[in-house]
Design a protein around this ligand. Sequence first.
Ligand code: IPE
Ligand code: IPE
Ligand code: MG
Length: 266
Amino acid sequence: MSIEVIQTTTETQEATLEEARARGVDLHRLPRHIAVIMDGNGRWAKARGMPRIEGHRNGIKSVRETVRTCRELEIPYLTLYAFSVENWSRPRLEVEALMRLLHTFLLSEIREMRDNGIRLHSIGRTNDLPAGVRSALDQAQAETAECKTMQLNLALSYGGRTEIVSAARRIAEEVRNGRISTEEIDEALFSSYLTTAGIPDPDLLIRTSGEFRVSNFLLWEIAYTEIWITPVFWPDFRKEQLFSAILDFQRRERRFGRVIEADVGL
Ligand code: IPE
Ligand code: IPE
Ligand code: MG
């Protein structure tokens, strides 16, 4: 794995900003939080007559390019869906290969993340991960804890329903212990018990590989997120697709259930 890819320099950042502007992206109205369902690795490999794991391996290049580009655009939060609770049910060899790739990725990227001001944060049931991966994750989180430019959230052994149920369970315990009353339970309090506590809801959700579903990702958090889907498989996802997603996002009218003032008299 090459280590220079996440590396951002003033020149590469300027080039990315220039490219974004040339594509029509308004750099003053960027999403604050982008979430990505990185899908289609297996089909990408199959189309090339390769084993599925080759798709996962090539997907890492897309991860690096996406992280680097978001960092250069100074997008404060990026959340990548890397492994779902349901993905544990895949064949053992595929799960093992994914865990190995994740382990290598974490170890090889810590320095670059730290040097580029990227704080790593995991969401999901990370206790389910193999011990080696968990310790690499702990190390990466500890070593990047002071980074302030961007937060990279990795969803690992993540499931939206699991997240909601465990929040409900913890809140029920607090009520039982008398630490909170049922009247205090509102959306803000509930959010503070999710693994995404403190992270703003995603503005833009990208899904690759053309599937029109959310696959148990951030169910609570995407209530008003703009969704963008591309047929491109994740290993082929590059800056170009990211810019298209952002451009499309900037053309949307986000109403949050309200009526736009100019239309009130109509
Ligand atoms: C996404 O690609 C990666 C993970 C879910 C870990 P897939 O492995 O789901 O690839 P497809 O969807 O089968 O092509
Ligand atoms: C969603 O992709 C999970 C991740 C990208 C990690 P899946 O391939 O697991 O989802 P389905 O099976 O298409 O819904
Ligand atoms: Mg898939």
